[in-house]
Design a protein around this ligand. Structure first.
Ligand code: SAM
Ligand code: DTB
Ligand code: SF4
Length: 331
């Protein structure tokens, strides 16, 4: 029988995933922590800082997102940020200890002209000794090639939820569009950062199906952000029933078991989490976070609060993985 703590698999079935979710909590977390220790330093967490380089007025209708032009969330529409401001923010992130700088734009997809401006930003940030990540929406293969040539380390593009629930959340692009972008990025050998959002009113089965989609991609994403919905007033998902925190921790644990060599990122939603809940997420196998007091537009715990938590838990900040993430993908 396959040892689930050892192998890289791309053939997960829903009943197998449900069986993991249904384990007694202690058994699940023991298994996920065991998997985690076999692949990573158990006391190291990698930290990335986020910057919104183009905020608001997005044409898409993602019902969780404060940046969609369709919902009146009070966000000021901003133009693409000048290079100098990006540089300052990256310097600040570096000074505060981040090892990766992630730039996000509220676009359906970048135009070629905008892409050239983002490429300048990537080169500038890379020259500062930071790893680079961007999230710009849908990407073609030629655009991915240009980003690779610019030295981009990671591209973030989330599947967000299960294929079945997706149409209840977004109507302006479909699941296949997302899979196509991931394929374009992967084919240029850019590290893929791809995860989803939970707490959007999805079922247990949707959460299993999201993880199934992620793990059954041709390669596991090198980074898997698990976001807890940040509920923003006037977005359609505002007022959605909150996800049980233990169910969130279980989601992290199952992600760790299914994608043993991927960085599992405890992402949006930490501002609403207790120290105890975050500690459980780290025990379950989360080993990266977004660091800095703002995500893209919503609040995140401030740096000192995170450093205090790391101190209490004996967690070291690191960007170093035991193996190079691109070497771990087994077809
Ligand atoms: N516009 C690009 C796109 O959607 O691909 C890039 C930026 S978009 C804001 C990046 C990701 O942020 C989304 O895919 C979604 O997973 C996450 N996100 C957006 N709003 C969120 C919220 N309110 N709570 C949790 N995650 C959110
Ligand atoms: C990801 O999965 N989560 C981050 C990052 N990738 C770009 C974004 C979270 C955004 C939360 C809502 C906001 O701050 O606007
Ligand atoms: Fe636009 Fe991205 Fe927000 Fe969707 S998630 S509305 S594409 S910024």
């Amino acid at each position: 029988m396959t040892d689930p703590t050892q192998s890289i698999r791309h053939d997960w079935t829903l009943p197998e995933i449900k069986a993991l979710f249904d384990l007694p909590f202690n058994d699940l977390v023991f298994q996920s922590q065991t998997t985690h220790r076999q692949n990573f330093d158990p006391n190291a967490v990698q930290i990335s800082s986020l910057l919104s380089i183009k905020t608001g007025a997005c044409p898409e209708d993602c019902s969780y997102c404060p940046q969609s032009a369709r919902y009146d969330t009070g966000l000021e529409r901003e133009r693409l940020m000048p290079l100098e401001e990006v540089k300052q923010a990256a310097l600040n992130a570096k000074k505060n200890g981040a090892s990766r700088f992630c730039m996000g734009a509220a676009w359906r997809n970048p135009t070629d002209k905008n892409l050239d401006k983002v490429i300048e930003m990537i080169s500038t940030v890379k020259d500062m000794g930071l790893e680079t990540c961007v999230t710009l929406g849908m990407l073609t293969q030629p655009q991915s090639k240009k980003l690779k040539a610019a030295g981009l380390d990671y591209y973030n593009h989330n599947l967000d939820t299960s294929p079945e629930y997706y149409k209840d959340i977004i109507t302006t692009r479909n699941y296949q569009d997302r899979l196509d972008t991931l394929e374009n990025v992967r084919s240029e050998k850019i590290n893929v950062c791809c995860g989803g959002i939970v707490g959007m009113g999805e079922t247990d089965k949707d959460r299993s199906a999201l993880l199934q989609q992620l793990a059954n991609l041709p390669e596991h994403p090198q980074s898997v952000p698990i976001n807890l919905l940040v509920q923003v007033e006037n977005t359609p998902l505002y007022g959605t029933e909150k996800l049980d925190p233990i169910e969130f921790v279980r989601t992290i644990a199952v992600a760790r078991i299914m994608m043993p060599k991927s960085a599992v990122r405890l992402s949006a939603g930490r501002n609403d989490m207790s120290d105890e809940m975050q500690a459980l997420c780290f025990v379950a196998g989360a080993n990266s976070i977004f660091y800095g007091d703002t995500l893209l537009t919503t609040p995140n715990p401030d740096e000192n609060k995170d450093l205090e938590l790391f101190e209490k838990l004996g967690i070291n900040v690191s960007g170093r993985l035991i193996e190079d993430p691109l070497d771990t993908a087994v077809a």
